[in-house]
Ligand binder design. Structure first.
Ligand code: OSB
Ligand code: MG
Length: 375
C-alpha cells in the first residue's frame, strides 16, 4: 500500500473540562487542542489529535510549540512524500527533527488510521491488538481536602473503575492516600502519580506510602533522573512506574536495566506515535515489565488511538481511558466513549479505521483557528 498525504487541515479547538484537573505542576480548566485532518490523494481522510498541553508543565511541548513544529518542519516532510506504511514515517521525521515528539505523534497517529481505513481493517487489528475489551482506571486530580478526594474516589469505584489513581504532591500526599485507602478498603486497587514533584531526598517520606499497599507510585522524580529513580526504587516496596521519563524504546530499556521502575505508562502522543509506543510495549515485554496506557485528557479522537494501542497483549493493567462523559459535556465523536459497569471499554474491532465518527459540525463550532497545509 502507498500512503500519500496531499493536504493537512490543522486547527485548534477549545474544549472546556467539566471539572478543573489539577496535577502537582498546574491546573487545566479548558483544553486547547490541536486537531489534524489528513487528506490523501484519493480523498480519504483521517483525524488525529495532539496531546500537548497549554503550558509546558508536563513536558516542554505545548499547543503553540506543536503548531509551529507541525507547520514549519513536520507537515512538509509528509505532504507529497508517499510512504509504504504508517510505521515508516517516524524514521522520516526523526532523520531531521530532534524531539518534538508530541507534534510528530499528531501526524503519525492519523496515518495509521488512514492505513487501517484503506485496508478495511480496524486500527487495533492493524497494530496487532488482541483484546476485545480493555480495563479502565481513573486519574483523579488533586483536591482541596482528603474528604473531597474520598468522595470522588468512592464514586469512581461505584461506577466500576478497575483502578483509582490519585495525583499527589508534597503537602497533599500521605493524608489523602490514607483517607482514600481507609474509605475504599483493602481490596481497591490504588495508585498515585506525582508528576515529578519529589526529590531523592524525599525517599524516607515516600517510603511511608508503602503502608497503603499501592499498585504503583508514578513518576515521583524528574523525568531525566533514571539513576535516581533506581536508587529510590531500591528503598521502596511499592513498584515505581515511569511516565514522563519514557520517551523512546531505548529509554524504556535503560529504565529496565537500571531498575528505575517495574511498570511503564505508555502514551503514544508522548513518545512520537504508535510505532514508538508499540516498540516500547515490545521492549517492556522482553524485560518482564507490565505496561498500561496513560491519558492526556484527550478528546474522543485521541481516546480511539489509546484504546486501540491498549488492546496489545502486554497492556496488562488498567489504562487511563475514562469515558467521554468524565471529561466533557459532550465529546466530538459519535458514538461517545463509554465504560461498562465492570470497568471495561470495548475496542471497536468491527469497524475499519478509527472506529468513531468525528462530529464535524461540533468541531467547526469549537474551532478557534484553522489552516490548510500547504497554504
Ligand atoms: O501524568 O498521567 C499524567 C493528565 C495530564 C497530564 C499528565 C497526566 C494526566 C492524567 C490524566 O493523569 C489521565 C486522563 O487522561 O484521564
Ligand atoms: Mg502520569
Amino acid at each position: 500500500m502507498t500512503l500519500s498525504v496531499r493536504q493537512i487541515t490543522l486547527r485548534e479547538i477549545a474544549l472546556p473540562l467539566r471539572e478543573p484537573f489539577r496535577i502537582s505542576s498546574g491546573v487545566t480548566h479548558e483544553r486547547r487542542m490541536l486537531l489534524v485532518e489528513l487528506h490523501d490523494a484519493d480523498g480519504v481522510t483521517a483525524w488525529g489529535e495532539c496531546v500537548a498541553g497549554e503550558r509546558p508543565n508536563y513536558s516542554p511541548e505545548t499547543t503553540d510549540t506543536c503548531r509551529h513544529a507541525i507547520r514549519a518542519w513536520l507537515a512538509p516532510l509528509l505532504i507529497g512524500r508517499p510512504v509504504a506504511r504508517a510505521a515508516d514515517v517516524a524514521a522520516v521525521f526523526d532523520a531531521t527533527v530532534r524531539g518534538h515528539r508530541m507534534a510528530k505523534a499528531a501526524l503519525e497517529m492519523p496515518l495509521w488510521a488512514l492505513e487501517a481505513e484503506r485496508a478495511g481493517q480496524s486500527l487495533a487489528a492493524l497494530l496487532g491488538g488482541s483484546r476485545p475489551e480493555v480495563p479502565v482506571g481513573i486519574s483523579l486530580g488533586i483536591q482541596s481536602s482528603p474528604a473531597a478526594l474520598v468522595e470522588r474516589a468512592a464514586a469512581a469505584r461505584a461506577q466500576g473503575y478497575r483502578r483509582v489513581k490519585l495525583k499527589i504532591m508534597p503537602g497533599a500526599d500521605l493524608a489523602y492516600v490514607a483517607a482514600v485507602r481507609d474509605a475504599l478498603g483493602p481490596e481497591a486497587t490504588l495508585s498515585v502519580d506525582a508528576n515529578a514533584a519529589y526529590q531523592l531526598d524525599d525517599a524516607d517520606h515516600l517510603a511511608r506510602l508503602d503502608a497503603y499497599d499501592l499498585a504503583m507510585i508514578e513518576q515521583p522524580l524528574d523525568p531525566e533522573d533514571l539513576r535516581r529513580h533506581a536508587a529510590l526504587q531500591r528503598r521502596l516496596a511499592t513498584p515505581l512506574c515511569l511516565d514522563e521519563s519514557i520517551t523512546s524504546p531505548a529509554r524504556a530499556e535503560d529504565a529496565a536495566l537500571l531498575g528505575s521502575a517495574r511498570i511503564v505508562n505508555i502514551k503514544p502522543g508522548r513518545v512520537g506515535g504508535l510505532a514508538a509506543a508499540r516498540a516500547i510495549h515490545d521492549t517492556c515485554a522482553r524485560h518482564g515489565m507490565p505496561v498500561w496506557c496513560g491519558g492526556m485528557l484527550e478528546s474522543g479522537i485521541g481516546r480511539a488511538y489509546n484504546v486501540a494501542l491498549a488492546s496489545l497483549p502486554n497492556f496488562s493493567q488498567p489504562g487511563d481511558l475514562s469515558p467521554s462523559a468524565r471529561y466533557w459535556e459532550r465529546d466530538i465523536v459519535d458514538p461517545e466513549w463509554t465504560m461498562s459497569a465492570e470497568g471495561l471499554v470495548t475496542v471497536p474491532v468491527d469497524q475499519p479505521g478509527l472506529g468513531v465518527i468525528v462530529d464535524r459540525d461540533r468541531v467547526e463550532r469549537l474551532t478557534v483557528w484553522r489552516e490548510a497545509l500547504p497554504a
